[in-house]
Design a protein around this ligand. Structure first.
Ligand code: PMP
Length: 287
């Protein structure tokens, strides 16, 4: 993927794709001193762009990485990367990390901070699951307590168990894995939040130890506009059997219905499809 045409914004410059490189002694590579954003542009406009830029700064601060770039700077960088690659519908990855420098131990205060923005075309994250419903495995890994790790940061280190969970799920023919939290409550998938439907009401886990996704917040607002009640609460895994519908939300996932989690089955129902279609209209400015 590194050998292709295009440009990546790196520390203030548009660099040819093949030349956007870092040194092997990059602190982030050894100690996960790295934060990132995942965003999507529709018809040339990044959905909730400023919210993503603000979250990138908040994530960096949570990891004690001093941010040299403001929301305005990040907005300009994303715009430059999109334009340089001539993209209208695209995924946008903005990221900040500690580079190589005098500190090769755990501390990194003397190492420079870098930022890059890459953007590329990325279709449906779960392929045809958008219409058929995704199948999820249940991960053996749990989302850690907020006292263990800054769980609201979108930080690389939080994804180690996500990658392991997703690999295990894919080995079983599933699209993704549902992760429980450190207390055993239902938390989220490896890169998306989760919603359930029962008796016309929507239930979703309280985001007290995982990312309160921008798509999640958007979907709660869309449901509110339709007068659908949304209950944020702790959900026990035993309750999965009681739910009729389920879907995932995330920038990459958008709104993807879920057909199965472990042995529990859900219908790809009206509300899941309505929310998916409302979201699709909203991101394209047609709602
Ligand atoms: N949880 C995790 C672990 C994620 O990686 C993502 C994707 N950023 C989400 C939830 C959803 O967040 P958002 O809707 O802001 O993309």
């Amino acid at each position: 993927y590194d050998d292709r045409d295009g440009f990546i914004w790196l520390d203030g410059k548009l660099v040819p794709w093949r030349e956007a490189k870092v040194h092997v002694l990059t602190h982030a590579l050894h100690y996960a001193s790295s934060v990132f954003e995942g965003e999507r542009a529709y018809d040339g406009v990044i959905f909730k762009s400023r919210e993503h830029s603000a979250r990138l700064i908040a994530s960096a601060e949570a990891l004690d990485i001093p941010m040299r770039w403001s929301v305005e700077d990040i907005e300009a960088a994303k715009k430059a990367a999109m334009e340089a690659n001539g993209l209208k519908d695209a995924y946008v990855r903005a990221f900040v990390w500690r580079g190589s420098g005098p500190d090769m131990g755990v501390a990194s205060a003397r190492n420079p901070v870098h930022m890059a923005v890459a953007t590329w075309e990325w279709g449906a994250y779960y392929g045809d699951a958008k219409t058929r419903g995704a199948r999820l495995d249940i991960s053996k890994w749990r989302r850690p307590s907020p006292e263990t790790i800054p769980s609201h940061a979108k930080a690389a280190g939080l994804y180690m168990i996500c990658t392991m969970s997703k690999h295990a799920a894919e080995a079983k023919g599933c699209s993704d894995a549902l992760m429980m939290d450190y207390r055993g409550f239902v938390a989220e998938a490896t890169g998306a939040n989760i919603f359930f439907v029962k008796d016309g009401k929507v239930h979703t886990p309280t985001p007290d130890c995982f990312l309160n996704g921008i798509t999640r917040q958007t979907v709660i607002e869309l449901l509110g506009r339709r007068g659908v009640e949304v209950v944020e609460r702790h959900i026990r895994p035993e309750e999965l059997d009681d739910f009729e519908q389920c879907w995932l939300t995330g920038t990459a996932a958008e709104v993807t219905p879920v057909g199965q989690i472990g042995e529990h089955r859900f219908e790809v129902g009206d509300l899941a499809l309505t929310v998916a279609s409302d979201y699709e209209k909203l991101v394209r400015g047609r709602l």
